[in-house]
Unconditional design. Structure first.
Length: 140
């Protein structure tokens, strides 16, 4: 039958003692070191996640600031363009007004000169007609 001798019991006892000694002096400290290492790694991972999150937030803020700056620049360009267009329109209107005024003054001067010339010609015609009549009557 089964014959269990004393050496097997001693071997089992040695194994149990070895297990207890190894657990106390080897496995325990190794497990403790592994646990601390795991906690350290998890802490660093959490720190890295926070930094990444903060970097993403700062990147989003930077991009928003760039968008705002571009928008403001475009708005200012549009305001300046509208201002320049209004100034151009005013200058054109002023130039047209001055040109119309100069044209009107020119027409008025031309009409006055024409009237003066007509009156002068009429008086000269009267004078020439009298001279001609006098000259014709003298020749007859």
């Amino acid at each position: 039958m089964l014959n269990i001798d004393f050496s097997v019991a001693v071997t089992v006892l040695y194994l149990i003692i070895l297990y207890l000694v190894l657990s106390r002096f080897l496995f325990g400290p190794i497990n403790e070191i592994l646990k601390k290492r795991h906690e350290l790694i998890e802490g660093r991972l959490e720190d890295a996640r926070k930094r990444l999150e903060q970097a993403e937030l700062q990147t989003a803020q930077y991009e928003q600031a760039i968008r705002n700056a571009r928008s403001e620049a475009y708005r200012q360009q549009e305001v300046q363009r509208e201002r320049a267009l209004a100034e151009k329109t005013d200058l054109i209107a002023k130039a047209k007004s001055e040109a119309d005024k100069a044209l009107e003054e020119g027409r008025a001067r031309l009409a006055a000169q024409a009237e003066t010339a007509r009156k002068k010609i009429e008086s000269e015609v009267d004078t020439l007609a009298k001279r001609l009549a006098t000259a014709i009557l003298r020749d007859q």
